[in-house]
Write a protein that binds this ligand. Structure first.
Ligand SMILES: NC(=O)c1ccc[n+]([C@@H]2O[C@H](COP(=O)([O-])OP(=O)(O)OC[C@H]3O[C@@H](n4cnc5c(N)ncnc54)[C@H](OP(=O)(O)O)[C@@H]3O)[C@@H](O)[C@H]2O)c1
Length: 311
């Protein structure tokens, strides 16, 4: 085939088109984050349009710390009243007071432990009652305490991870999406479960419900407190407030987003390399973080797998 000149032009064209679509796809997300962030500077009322577009109430899970807390403040700044959900009553009340004092919006607090699966959702459902939830941010998530091998993770932690990251997110969507459908508006932001979110978006878009998948890279929160290294780079690892400021600006504009512009850059470069190289880099990074954790916590090196190679 390569000796036949009549195939050369179509092959070159296919190559160019493949490259074009690949680069377009990779750059699109980054360009959209820029657009979403710059729009409020040029379009009046963009900052307050979420209440008009979706309604006055947002519910955020895991909202007393990190990204969830920053989301609560960012949405309240845009005029939304906030339902805060996490485990600790005292932290909930304190966060609610801070929001009410800073912005003239209402708040409601619900204490529920999402590792309890459907029991937690029953509590949320009962406490929310007839309050319309217009924006649902499924933020709460659990990770390993530090980078571990699967067999090192306590079984209870694995059950909690599935309950928190998968089961309760699915049940929360099920709980509130029908009312959004009836009202003909609403938004759901999911962290972690990509395919489920994409399917839900496809099913509910026609009813005016936005379903966004948010996939941050590292954000400086207590989830990453195990590593000092992850608190060093402010450029690539923003704090939760900075992250939420950008991420909330993408709501209603992007179906999929890293939520932060430098994460968009990282995502672009990561998507350029083959999966096996990405896996290698990811594994190397986790081994480095794991070694940091052992060093910082004075855990003797013999806990390390001898075969682990870390620079
Ligand atoms: N930080 C990152 O680099 C990063 C990167 C990618 C994705 N994410 C995702 O972003 C989300 C937020 O992460 P984050 O770093 O902001 O977390 P974080 O700082 O650890 O905050 C977690 C929040 O969730 C609450 N919470 C924890 N366990 C809970 C449970 N079982 N039931 C109910 N509430 C619970 C905590 O409050 P209480 O302890 O008082 O309950 C707190 O308000 C997670 O889904 C995470 O996977 C984070």
């Amino acid at each position: 085939m390569w000796d036949c000149p009549q195939y050369a032009a179509p092959m070159v064209l296919i190559g160019i088109l493949t490259l074009f679509f690949f680069l377009f796809d990779a750059l699109w997300s980054l360009l959209q984050v820029c657009r979403a962030v710059l729009a409020p500077l040029f379009i009046p009322n963009e900052e307050t349009s979420l209440t008009k577009k979706y309604g006055p109430w947002a519910l955020i899970t895991g909202s007393t710390d990190g990204i969830g807390r920053a989301y609560a403040f960012e949405l309240a700044k845009r005029g939304l009243s906030i339902v805060l959900v996490s485990r600790n009553e005292e932290k909930l009340k304190k966060t609610a007071r801070e929001i009410e004092m800073k912005f003239s919006v209402k708040t409601k607090t619900i204490a529920a432990d999402f590792s309890q699966g459907s029991e937690a959702i029953e509590i949320v459902k009962k406490e929310v009652g007839k309050l319309p939830i217009d924006i649902l941010v499924n933020n709460v998530g659990k990770n390993y305490e530090y980078p571990m091998y699967l067999t090192e993770v306590p079984e209870k932690d694995l059950v909690d991870i599935v309950n928190i990251n998968v089961l309760t997110v699915t049940l929360m969507c099920r709980c509130f999406i029908d009312d959004m459908k009836k009202r003909g508006r609403g938004a759901i932001v999911n962290s972690y479960i990509k395919s489920f979110t994409a399917a839900l978006r496809f099913e509910y878009r026609r009813y005016g419900v936005t379903v966004q998948h948010l996939a941050p890279m590292f954000v400086d929160t207590k989830m990453n407190a195990f590593s000092k290294r992850l608190q060093r780079s402010k450029f690539y690892i923003p704090n939760a407030e900075e992250y939420a400021r950008y991420a909330v600006a993408t709501l209603g504009k992007l179906d999929e987003s890293t939520g932060y512009w430098t994460h968009g850059i990282q995502c672009f470069f990561i998507s350029m390399v083959p999966v096996w190289i990405r896996t290698y880099i990811g594994a190397h990074m986790n081994l480095t973080l794991r070694k940091d954790y052992f060093r910082e916590n004075h855990i003797p090196n013999d806990r390390l797998n001898r075969k682990e190679k870390v620079c």
